[in-house]
Design a protein around this ligand. Structure first.
Ligand SMILES: [Zn+2]
Ligand SMILES: [Zn+2]
Length: 117
């Protein structure tokens, strides 16, 4: 009888561990799928080699910019501050025509680095 109880306990522990492992694998798969979908959606904005807003206006990431975190000014791509002690990422830019926000296609969900003020 004692042996049967011990065996049952081991079986139960294994079952719980297995259930937990399945849960973690499931969660991992969901996270990975969401991240992949987000990446696909972000890259779609770069259709035709250029960036476009929801209304289809071309949005140029090139220009003269000032970093809102460190006040560094530069000319080129808006996406990352070239100041080596800052490197703040720009999460989105405004469309020059309709002022809608266009997200940075290189920044994915959950991987933002917010510029610190
Ligand atoms: Zn900066
Ligand atoms: Zn627009």
């Amino acid at each position: 009888m004692q042996l049967a109880i011990a065996a049952l306990k081991i079986a139960f522990t294994l079952l719980v561990a297995l259930g937990e492992a399945l849960c973690w694998i499931g969660l991992g798969a969901v996270q990975l799928t969401l991240l992949t979908l987000d990446a696909v959606q972000a890259r779609r904005r770069l259709s035709g080699g250029g960036l476009h807003c929801d209304e289809g206006h071309p949005v140029s990431p090139e220009g003269s910019w000032e970093c809102s975190a460190c006040r560094f000014r530069w000319r080129g791509l808006v996406w990352q501050c070239p100041n080596p002690s800052c490197h703040a990422l720009t999460p989105f830019v405004f469309c020059p025509v309709c002022r809608r926000s266009v997200r940075n296609p290189y920044v994915l969900e959950g991987h933002h680095v917010r510029p610190t003020s």
